[in-house]
Design a protein around this ligand. Structure first.
Ligand code: AMP
Ligand code: MN
Ligand code: MN
Length: 327
């Protein structure tokens, strides 16, 4: 079968599962981003419009959600597996592999529907609907909305738009296609207030976020020979600026934007689950020459060709050296 035929087959399997099952549990990756949250909310609305029982679950560690997404309404959200978990079909949205979801209780023994757009998705589901050329998972949900005939309300359109605008880097990344803009047109036609959402996501920056960016830029190193730029944020950078974890979102875009940079690296220290200091590494590439998801996979992570990440216990300088060697 061709890729297109396989995808249609997978879509039919998702639609058949939605049709056949009555109760769903929707989940996404840890530290949910705009696409994760937008896809959850839109899918929840889709299922409820079809009179299905649906709840979303996000782990307690993922709260507070990033400031920019707090305006989204998460009606029907729980923070742990519900008591009737065994009777629910678990639907993963925007989650490339099972390790990226912290709720292990959800991972086996049930029907798992995996709806995603990461090219390195491990196809962990019973049903795997992975559309690599979709700009965002929200775009796949938008298509399912058409397939099921569910009405595109302003609320659904807003949720989908948040996924679309954030995963395409405000329609600037190479995943932005004619289809992404057609989707935007339809969502705006359904009542999305573009300027209001833009302001809410990108222009209500807490002062501590700017202070954290300042710290990151003070640590900037540019290796002109290999076209690598790096920045490091320590636990004290977060503590002293009063920044939340999610305030580092967007910092790496400044490194990638530097002239001559092929790969940008942001290393953030985190202390999670009593495991001592770990480092979350974000990688961005500026062109298709270097696939940063391949570097991330060497360290147990993954992602897209131009945006990937992993977690490590190595020191920041060891990580930068190792990544430069790969580049
Ligand atoms: P981030 O740098 O955290 O914004 O992540 C960029 C992209 O890399 C995300 O969209 C994910 O697809 C991917 N990613 C980040 N961390 C991991 C990980 N630990 N495992 C797999 N993929 C990851
Ligand atoms: Mn995501
Ligand atoms: Mn996504």
């Amino acid at each position: 079968m061709t890729d297109a035929a396989l995808a249609l087959d997978a879509r039919a399997a998702v639609l058949a599962t939605i049709d056949a099952q009555e109760r769903f549990l929707l989940v996404t990756h840890e530290h949910p981003d705009g696409d994760a949250l937008g896809s959850l909310i839109a899918m929840q609305a889709l299922l409820r419009a079809l009179r299905k029982d649906s709840v979303m679950v996000i782990a307690p560690d993922d709260f507070p959600l990033p400031n920019e997404y707090r305006f989204l309404s998460l009606d029907g959200l729980v923070t742990g597996p519900p008591s009737d978990l065994a009777e629910r079909t678990v639907m993963f949205l925007d989650c490339g592999n099972l390790d990226r979801n912290p709720l292990a209780a959800l991972h086996d023994g049930k029907t798992l529907v995996n709806i995603d757009h990461h090219h390195d998705n491990t196809r962990f589901g019973t049903v795997n609907y992975v559309v690599e050329d979709a700009s965002c998972t929200a775009e796949i949900v938008w298509d399912l909305l058409h397939q099921t005939g569910v009405e595109l309300t302003t609320g659904i359109a807003e949720a989908l738009y948040v996924g679309l605008v954030t995963d395409t880097g405000r329609f600037s990344y190479e995943n932005t296609t004619p289809r992404s803009h057609l989707m935007a047109a339809e969502l705006i036609g359904a009542g999305v207030d573009v300027a209001a959402i833009y302001r809410r996501i990108y222009e209500e920056i807490p002062q501590a976020k700017l202070a954290l960016l300042c710290r990151a830029l003070q640590s900037l190193k540019v290796f002109t020979d290999d076209g690598v730029a790096s920045a490091v944020l320590t636990i004290s950078d977060f503590a002293e600026t009063g920044a939340e974890d999610s305030y580092s979102e967007g910092v790496i875009d400044h490194l990638r934007a530097l002239t001559g940079v092929k790969v940008a690296i942001l290393i953030r220290e985190v202390t999670a689950n009593g495991r001592g200091v770990q480092r979350k590494v974000s990688l961005r590439a500026t062109d298709n020459e270097i696939d940063v998801s391949a570097i991330a996979r060497l360290y147990g992570g993954g992602g897209h060709r131009r945006a990937a990440g992993f977690t490590s216990e190595l020191s920041a300088s060891a990580l930068i050296d190792a990544i430069r060697a790969q580049v």
